[in-house]
Design a protein around this ligand. Sequence first.
Ligand SMILES: N[C@@H](CCC(=O)N[C@@H](CS)C(=O)NCC(=O)O)C(=O)O
Length: 221
Amino acid sequence: MIDLYTYRTSNGRKASIMLEECGLDYALHIVDITAGEQDSPAFRAINPNGRIPAIVDTDGPDGAPLALFESGAIVLYLAQKTGLFLPEDEKDRWIATQWLMWQMGGVGPNFGQAFHFFHQNPADASDEAIAYGRARYGGEVRRLCDVMNARLAEAAFLAGKDYSVADIATYPWIALHKWFDLDLDGLPHLRRWYGEIKAHPAVQRGMDVPTRNQMENHARS
Ligand SMILES: N[C@@H](CCC(=O)N[C@@H](CS)C(=O)NCC(=O)O)C(=O)O
């Protein structure tokens, strides 16, 4: 059994989409990051970095429990565990790994910072600071989307012909495009990819973890 520690965010959704796509059973543990639960000693024992998502696989390598954090490590681990969503061919596997690292090092951090400057500025932030942050990180979001659009003009998926961990990790961030006033109409290959992945039932289930009801019940408990 896999225990998933998560919240309704793009990084959290990478793990839940991967679990759903792999058809793995998992137990959901909500970590309310708006209430500081990521800093609780119990969660820090699983992830000393105090960020979601994290998993504990009670049936890890050699049958022993394995705790893992960092969404990129989680999707790679689940891919290896199931033999799914990582190409078998060595060259293609490295291409998939390359785009997964591009997501982890580029898309995740820059989209995260852009989200902050578009929607989470503290009340006392100066107009200059907000404008600078929006220009810098909004510009990076646009640049990364252009890179992705060009890649998807030549390949069906980020890794090439196969849907892979790279697509699974990138999708939940692209799903936020409207929050950055980003219109996918000007990025036709990215829009095609986005529409195809959005149609996966497993992606729809994974995007809804935890559900709003589950979050409300957790907050009340
Ligand atoms: N590189 C990490 C980033 C994880 C991360 O930043 N998670 C956010 C939610 S999307 C979080 O836990 N934030 C809590 C906080 O900032 O205290 C990963 O990909 O797993």
